[in-house]
Structures are given as structure tokens and as C-alpha cells.
Write a protein that binds this ligand. Structure first.
Ligand code: SAH
Ligand code: DHB
Ligand code: MG
Length: 224
């Protein structure tokens, strides 16, 4: 990919349009130092998430897949002071690196990290009557995308936006005979959601510093 202009174009866009934020840089640095995989969203995608959170006037955000809290910080920054974000993470080390990053970024008061398998945490949230969430970011193990989406609609209201990361995976999404369990799961979800009348959905391909991928964005019409 070295001969592609995507990385350089991302740098151009990010340098011009993104305010320097030392705590976001520090979050990536601490994540790297702790050996976390560098699979956080790109900075300009983080800003897209923050603009979407602002656009819907969200005061409650749910994230599935925290990692080091990089995307979490982007979204938390877009909340009003009374706004709250719950983020779900299965790996204790990821959660503890994220907690440090959230504290350094000054958003720890607004964010709750729930440690455990997201499917369990989602059921707990529903049992506790938490929600509805105004904005939901699905970015964990892709095998569970369909289940995460189902829970997300349950925890949503009419007008909630659900952002599903990593839709395209270098073009693999169109490989009907793929043996990649993540891509198969994403295809199954796509085929299921295409005639789901509760939501209105688009899919967008992206290129940039994180390579060739994409996302789906769902608008909840009827949370049921
Ligand atoms: N949203 C982050 C990146 C998340 S990477 C960002 O952009 O900065 C995906 C995360 O999901 C990883 O930290 C991984 O440990 C977590 N994860 C994977 N399977 C999970 C599960 N079943 N339940 C909860 N979290 C899970
Ligand atoms: C990868 C990227 C992601 O955004 C993610 O959530 C998981 C994996 C990757 O590039 O492997
Ligand atoms: Mg992702």
C-alpha cells in the first residue's frame, strides 16, 4: 500500500482539520507501550464519530469494544457535561489501559467501562433498564455483529444512530465463499439487516491510514 496516496491524504486532512489533542496522542502512546493492537479508529474517523454524536445531540452513548479507549475519548469529548458513555470490553488489560487513558483525557467521570463479554454486559444493561442510547458504536469481535446489532436496536429509540465498524475488510465483504469467520458474520448481518424494517441503513467504503475498510450506519426507525 506504500504507493497509495491514502496515508498521506489522511495526514493532510488530519493536520488541517483536527485540533491537536495531547491526551488522544497520549492514549495511543500508552496503548502502544502496553502492547495493545493498533486497531483503534483513525483520527479522522474518530472525529466523524464525535460529529455524529454531536449531530444527534446525544447524551447517552454505548460503545461495544473499548480497546485503549481512543474512540471512547473522541465520543466522550462530544458529549455535553451531563452526557454519559458506557463502553464494553472483555479483556482486563485493555480496560485498565483505557481507564488510565480516560482519566488523562479528563473524561473518566462521564465514562463507565463494563468489563466482561459484551453479550453478557448487553443483557445486564437491558435487565437494568439502562438506555435508550442515542448513539451506539459497534466495534468488537465481528463474529457477534448480528447479536450486537440486535441488542443495540433493543437498547435504542427511534432516531438512534448505530455505527458498525469494519464492514469492508479490504474488499472481502463481497466474497460469498469466504472462510473468514469475521467476514462471514458481517455478510450474514448485512443480508439480515437489508430487509429489517426497524432500521434504515447505508454502507460506505473508506480508505486511509488504516487501509481499505468501511462502515455501516443505521438509523433506527422503530426500536420496538
Ligand atoms: N473501539 C476501539 C477499538 C476496539 S478493538 C477504538 O477504535 O479505539 C476491539 C475490542 O473489542 C478489543 O479491545 C477486544 O478486546 C474487544 N472485544 C473482543 N471481543 C469482545 C467481546 N466478546 N466482548 C467485549 N469486548 C470484546
Ligand atoms: C482491525 C481493525 C479494526 O478497526 C477493528 O475493530 C478490528 C480489527 C484490523 O485492522 O485488524
Ligand atoms: Mg474497528
Amino acid at each position: 500500500m506504500a504507493d497509495q496516496p491514502w496515508g498521506a491524504v489522511d495526514k493532510y486532512l488530519c493536520d488541517l482539520l483536527l485540533e491537536p489533542d495531547p491526551s488522544l496522542d497520549a492514549a495511543l502512546e500508552a496503548s502502544r507501550a502496553s502492547g495493545l493492537p493498533e486497531i483503534n479508529v483513525a483520527p479522522n474517523q474518530g472525529k466523524l464519530l464525535s460529529l455524529l454524536v454531536r449531530s444527534v445531540g446525544a447524551t447517552s452513548v454505548l460503545e461495544i469494544g473499548t480497546l485503549g479507549g481512543y474512540s471512547t475519548i473522541w465520543m466522550a469529548r462530544a458529549l455535553p457535561e451531563r452526557g454519559r458513555l458506557i463502553t464494553l470490553e472483555a479483556v482486563p488489560k485493555h480496560a485498565s489501559v483505557a481507564q488510565g487513558n480516560l482519566e488523562r483525557a479528563g473524561v473518566a467521570e462521564q465514562v463507565e467501562i463494563r468489563l466482561g463479554a459484551a453479550l453478557d454486559s448487553l443483557k445486564q444493561l437491558a435487565d437494568e433498564g439502562v438506555g435508550p442510547f442515542d448513539f451506539i458504536f459497534i466495534d468488537a469481535d465481528k463474529e457477534n455483529t448480528r447479536a450486537y446489532f440486535e441488542w443495540s436496536v433493543k437498547l435504542a429509540r427511534a432516531g438512534t444512530l448505530i455505527f458498525v465498524d469494519n464492514l469492508v475488510r479490504n474488499g472481502a465483504i463481497i466474497e460469498g465463499d469466504t472462510t473468514d469467520s469475521q467476514v462471514r458474520a458481517m455478510r450474514e448481518w448485512m443480508e439480515n439487516v437489508s430487509d429489517d424494517k426497524r432500521v434504515d441503513v447505508t454502507g460506505v467504503q473508506t480508505v486511509g491510514s488504516k487501509g481499505y475498510d468501511g462502515f455501516a450506519l443505521a438509523y433506527v426507525i422503530d426500536a420496538g
